[in-house]
Design a protein around this ligand. Sequence first.
Ligand code: 1HN
Length: 348
Amino acid sequence: MQELGKLEDLPLEYREALTERNLVPLWPSMRSVLPPHVPTRDTSVINWDYESLRPLLMQAGDLTPMEKAERRVLILANPGHGLDNIQATPSIYLGMQLILPNETAPNHRHTPNAVRVIVEGEGAYTTVDGEPCKMERGDLILTPSGKWHEHHHEGDGPIVWLDVLDLPLMYRLNSSWAIEGELQTAKAKRDKSYSDYSAAGVVPNVNMQRGSTDTPMMRYPWSKTRACLVEMANDYAEGLLSTRYVNPETGRSLFPSIGFGALMLRPGETVQLPKRTTPVVFHIIEGAGSMTVEGHPSSAGEPLVFVEKDTLAAPGYTDITLSNASGSEPLFIMTADEEPLHQYLGIF
Ligand code: 1HN
């Protein structure tokens, strides 16, 4: 590839004249914005292991009362993107949130889409537009763009969950903003679960269809996803055991930005994930193992070990191999990636 002219090749006087008029020559940065064959991949291979994160999160509980935090969260910042940039991947924000017994995280709504994956504890619920959603280990609770949400904790111990938001994307689109609201008093717990929508195998007809970002289900219980993966494993002796979380009315991803999924590795199994353009986040729900990423400078191709409750990230355009460390127990992993966005842009 032809080497292009550098900024220093230009006379100082000319460069100053450009700067004065807010003009910049393209050719000195042409190769870095359009690298040959493989894009810039800032996302570093990393494991935010829960064992070392947990004590620091609990310390935040002592140091900062809820009134001073609103959301008591430690951001899982990917060093490849810079610690100040709230990025786990280019468009995905991750944070570990702690609520102590009898605390309430106040009601608000905002433009970024959010999902929580429950990591530890019981007795908490998130109220989303008046609907209380119970939070149990591995459950996925949605608070889509614009929905009111507040968190309550009535259990005895701490509750911790992983927040997954498209905040970096919204923020850089200059579209991230929030409104605070009064606590949602409608505490009438629904006895009917919205997940009945998916079980019935029918969808509302055209006249009842929702807006493109509206979702009928706010809670995806882990017990159902796990049971589905186990049933798939019973039916298929080989092949990647992989599921996607969808809006049951449309079959589309939960959000236009982030795609969610769940994987199961059979006892003793090692799988190579299909090569893909999008970076991916892994949260280990159950089991232990290792991840090997090839084709990126942040990883020497050495296995990165993980255990339950760990959260990992890997860049796109790499080869990712996952191994189950146990020869007798399955490994369950939740995933989040930027596939819907890449699909929309036609680059997936
Ligand atoms: C948010 O609303 C929550 O509602 C958690 O629990 C983390 C990070 C950035 C912006 C909004 C929550 C958040 C957030």
